[in-house]
Structures are given as structure tokens and as C-alpha cells.
Design a binder for this molecule. Structure first.
Ligand SMILES: NC(=O)c1ccc[n+]([C@@H]2O[C@H](COP(=O)([O-])OP(=O)(O)OC[C@H]3O[C@@H](n4cnc5c(N)ncnc54)[C@H](O)[C@@H]3O)[C@@H](O)[C@H]2O)c1
Ligand SMILES: O=c1ccn([C@@H]2O[C@H](COP(=O)(O)OP(=O)(O)O[C@H]3O[C@H](CO)[C@@H](O)[C@H](O)[C@H]3O)[C@@H](O)[C@H]2O)c(=O)[nH]1
Length: 438
């Protein structure tokens, strides 16, 4: 059945949901409070770099089944409304749900009775029971439908999810089935559960991924100590199907708009429940500690000492976004490391194919990767853009002062880049000298 869907919030999750549900045949009105964003979207301009998203938005606009507005009047005609509002990290690590709750409080005056209210935002355990209280006696059933898409793969993940999760109270089960029907045409297991289980599954999933990454990043440090190679260790443990090969690549720390805030929020949820989830506190601490270890490694590479002075030292950064395939800088470990280097007096130039400007007081962003090498004492690869592998490393070497590259993603081919004249220092691997010498 074709449904009329309202989406509130046109960010990564809201815009992707709006465009994909239009693609699946529904009529969608997407409301956002940001007038300039709405104007851009109505012109078919999509500011976020998500493969396939701009095309779906334009298709929806052309066929007239996708509308964007700052006004909420259009919501009176919808059968289902998806809440895709931010739930950023708030005080003490808790999710800040104020924006979401404010919108929910206003819904009885906007929606037609019977309309299903769906939380797609990541919301703390208990929200599914709290929202009906905020909605009062309005006939507005509530369903939790957490979103698991990754940035850079938003459309692909939305249209080919590994699971669709629907959490509702027993009395709202028919509403949950109605939400499940919106996804018709998508081949994925659909799970009906209670609100708390749906909410917890979302947090538990992100925190588990964070745990895997803190584990592998700390292992990389151990590998260096013992002369082992994290690439081999990661591959070998990943062959165990109980562990799996994904999320075992070490890096400069893990970040982004979700993993850090959701892990912190789950720690708070556990504290409030009187459950000691110290393991997760350590996952967060290990990430901060690892970022400082990466900074010490960069200092050592440049000055010969882990506490050597970086005052006035030029360092070129390759990558600023929190991962490849996105221009998103939210909670980017690259920027955290840049911040530590800048505070130590380093002069930073950065290039990222997805980023045009960033933290101007910390790093000067340039639009040509070869410019970051100019007179640099070292280059540091912070984001795993595949195109960095294809750079002319001999040209980069010629532009630098010292041909040293610290590859925090183990992205480069050490033999080829060493051949081009660089000393290549990976993470959890042996350094490779220029000309291929170890
Ligand atoms: N980004 C992701 O990859 C991802 C994936 C899964 C889940 N989530 C969760 O989804 C939620 C949204 O995340 P996002 O990354 O899409 O956020 P975002 O910051 O990209 O987008 C949020 C949008 O909401 C709009 N907005 C804010 N307040 C509003 C209001 N009162 N009325 C109307 N519009 C308003 C903003 O202008 C913005 O366009 C969060 O809870 C997040 O944890 C995000
Ligand atoms: O082997 C790996 C894999 C990832 N990362 C890092 O981990 C962070 C998070 O990556 P990713 O999970 O791909 O980012 P997001 O797009 O934020 O997606 C996460 O957060 C979303 C928001 O909740 C969820 O929907 C997704 O399922 C979840 O993967 C980034 O800094 C990556 O560089 C590594 O360092 N090594």
C-alpha cells in the first residue's frame, strides 16, 4: 500500500529515508527547520556526499512525490511520521533528546489521529515508553525503528539492510506492522520486539563495534612492541567466524557522529541501571589513549623522541574526515590528532578529497594533495581514502624536507612508497626505510 510519510529532520538519516521511501513508491514530505537546507533540497542540491542520494532526491522531486519544507502543515495529511532528529552527546555522556522531545510534544497539534509516530533517531532506552506520555491521550501509536546505515553507504544500507528492527508496546503492534509494510520490496529480516530491546540493540551494536576497534588499536600497539604485524594478526583472528573479519583495521582512533556518543550514552544507561559496565568505559578511555599514542609516534618519527618539540614543525595531513567516503568531520580522530599536534606548536596543512574547509585555527586546508608536502618534516595519513595510494609519491618526497610518512591506516604499499624515497611508518607494523630497506 502506498503511504503518505512525513519525515522530520533532513540530515543523513532523514534525507536518506525520505529519498528511499519515495523510491519505494510512497509519497513523502520532509520537514527541516533549516531554511537554506530546504531551499537547496528543493533545487535538487544535496550537500552530503552519499552515493546515489542526489539522484533519488532529484527523481522524487521530478515525479512530485517528494517535497521539502520548513513548514509543518503538510504533516496533517501523513499516515506515518519518522523522527530523524539529532540526539547528540549531552551532559555527562547522556544522549540529549531535548530537540526530539520538543518536536514530539507538538505533534498532537499537527498530526491526524491514527498517524504512527516512528523514532528513527538513536534514542535512549526508555524513550519508547516516554513518548506516549508526551503525546498525552492523542491517538498516535509509537514505534521505534532504529537506523543502522553507515555514512558513505547510506542509500545502499537503507535499501539493503541486514535487519529491520521494530520496537513497540503490545497495543501498538498493528502500527509496527504498518511500518514494516513501508519497507515492502526490501529483502531483509524484519524483527518485531519491545521498545527497550529495539533501543538497546541499536546502542549495543555501535558500542560493540567501538569495542572491537579499541581492541584492535591496542593490539596494534602491542604488535609494535613485539615486532608482530597487526595486518597478519587481524587477518588471522578474523578467519574465526565467531570473530569475523570486519572492523579489525587499526587506525588513528575511531570516531564519527555515532560510535563515540552512543558508547558514552550506553555507559550512562548502565550506570543509571546500577550495572557496572566498566568494560565500555575502558573502550572510550582506550580510544583517547590510543590517539595520544599516535601523536607520540608522530613526534618520535620527526624528532627522534616521543616528547620532542614540534614548535614550528611543518606537518602535512592526508585525510581529515572521520573515515573515507565522507566529508563528515564530526568527532573525527584526524581532527583530534591535528588538535594535539597544533597545541604542540606544529604548523599543519591538510588535504581531504571530501573536505573543503576545517578548523582554520588548527589546520590550513588545501585542495591539492601535493601542496601538503611542501617543506613538510613528515606526512601523516589519517583517513583511508584509496586515492592516496595512487599519488605520485616520488613527487611528494621531492617536495618534503624529510621524506617520512606516518601511515596511521596502513593504507599505503610500504614497498612502493619506500621505493619513492619515503621512510614509511605504519601502525602495528615494522617501519620500512627508503628504497625498501627495513
Ligand atoms: N549519521 C548516521 O550515520 C546515523 C546512522 C544511524 C542513526 N543515526 C541517528 O539518527 C539521528 C539523526 O542523525 P543524522 O546524522 O541524520 O543528523 P543530522 O545532524 O545529519 O541531521 C539532523 C537534521 O535535523 C534538523 N533539525 C534539527 N532540529 C530540528 C527541528 N526541531 N525540526 C526540524 N528539523 C530539525 C537539522 O537541521 C538537520 O538537518 C541521530 O539520533 C543519530 O544518532 C545517524
Ligand atoms: O576496521 C575499521 C572500521 C572502522 N574504523 C573507524 O571506525 C569509525 C566508525 O566507522 P563506521 O562505523 O563505518 O562509521 P559510521 O558511518 O558512523 O557508522 C556507524 O554509526 C552509525 C550511526 O549510528 C551506524 O548506523 C552504523 O551501523 C555504524 O557502523 C571511523 O572512524 C572509522 O575510520 C576503523 O578504524 N577500522
Amino acid at each position: 500500500m502506498v503511504e503518505r510519510i512525513g519525515v522530520i529532520g533532513a540530515g543523513y538519516v532523514g534525507l536518506t529515508s525520505a529519498a528511499c521511501f519515495t523510491h519505494l513508491g510512497h509519497d513523502v514530505v520532509c520537514v527541516d527547520s533549516d531554511q537554506s537546507k530546504v531551499d537547496e533540497l528543493n533545487r535538487g542540491e544535496v550537500a552530503i556526499a552519499e552515493p546515489g542520494l542526489a539522484e533519488l532526491v532529484r527523481d522524487g522531486l521530478i515525479c512530485g512525490r517528494l517535497l521539502f519544507s520548513t513548514k509543518t502543515d503538510g504533516l496533517a495529511a501523513v499516515d506515518v511520521v519518522l523522527l530523524c532528529l539529532p540526539t547528540p552527546q549531552g551532559e555527562g555522556g547522556d544522549a540529549d533528546v531535548r530537540a526530539l522531545e520538543e518536536v514530539v510534544t507538538g505533534l498532537p497539534g499537527l498530526l491526524t489521529p491514527g498517524c504512527v509516530v516512528v523514532t528513527k533517531s538513536t534514542v535512549p532506552v526508555g524513550t519508547g515508553n516516554r513518548l506516549p506520555e508526551l503525546l498525552g491521550d492523542a491517538d498516535l501509536p509509537v514505534v521505534g525503528n532504529p537506523e543502522f546505515l553507515r555514512e558513505g553507504h547510506a542509500v545502499e544500507d537503507f535499501l539493503r539492510p541486514e535487519r529491520i528492527v521494530l520496537g513497540s508496546r503490545d497495543e501498538d503492534r498493528p502500527a509496527a506492522e504498518r511500518v514494516a509494510a513501508l519497507y515492502r520490496g526490501i529483502d531483509a529480516p524484519v524483527w518485531f520486539t519491545d521498545p527497550a530491546s529495539a533501543e538497546l540493540a541499536k546502542y549495543a551494536s555501535n558500542a560493540f563495534l567501538a569495542m572491537k576497534l579499541s581492541y584492535v588499536n591496542t593490539l596494534a600497539e602491542l604488535c609494535e612492541h613485539h615486532g608482530a604485524d597487526i595486518r597478519a594478526v587481524g587477518r588471522l583472528i578474523g578467519l574465526d567466524s565467531r570473530i569475523g573479519p570486519a572492523f579489525l583495521r587499526p587506525g588513528p582512533g575511531w570516531g564519527g557522529s555515532c560510535l563515540p556518543k552512543d558508547t558514552a550514552a550506553l555507559v550512562r544507561t548502565a550506570e543509571r541501571a546500577g550495572v557496572d559496565f566498566g568494560m565500555l568505559r575502558d573502550v572510550l578511555k582506550a580510544n583517547a589513549r590510543h590517539q595520544s599514542a599516535v601523536v607520540r609516534k608522530i613526534r618520535l618519527a620527526i624528532t627522534g623522541a616521543t616528547d620532542g618539540s614540534l614548535t614550528g614543525t611543518r606537518i602535512g595531513l592526508l585525510g581529515l574526515a572521520f573515515k573515507a567516503g565522507t566529508g563528515d568531520l564530526r568527532d573525527s580522530p584526524a581532527l583530534a590528532i591535528a588538535g594535539e599536534l597544533a597545541r604542540s606548536g606544529a604548523i599543519l596543512t591538510g588535504y581531504d578529497p571530501g573536505v573543503a574547509s576545517a578548523a582554520p585555527d588548527i589546520v590550513q586546508v588545501v585542495d591539492d594533495p601535493y601542496l601538503v608536502a611542501k617543506d613538510a618534516e613528515a606526512l601523516v595519513v589519517l583517513t583511508e581514502w584509496p586515492e592516496f595510494r595512487e599519488l605520485d609519491w616520488a613527487r611528494l618526497a621531492a617536495a618534503t624536507d624529510q621524506a617520512i610518512v606516518v601511515d596511521t591506516r596502513n593504507l599505503l604499499d610500504p614497498a612502493a612508497v619506500g621505493e619513492a624515497g619515503f621512510t614509511v611508518i605504519g601502525l602495528g607494523t615494522a617501519a620500512q626505510g627508503p628504497g625498501g630497506a627495513r
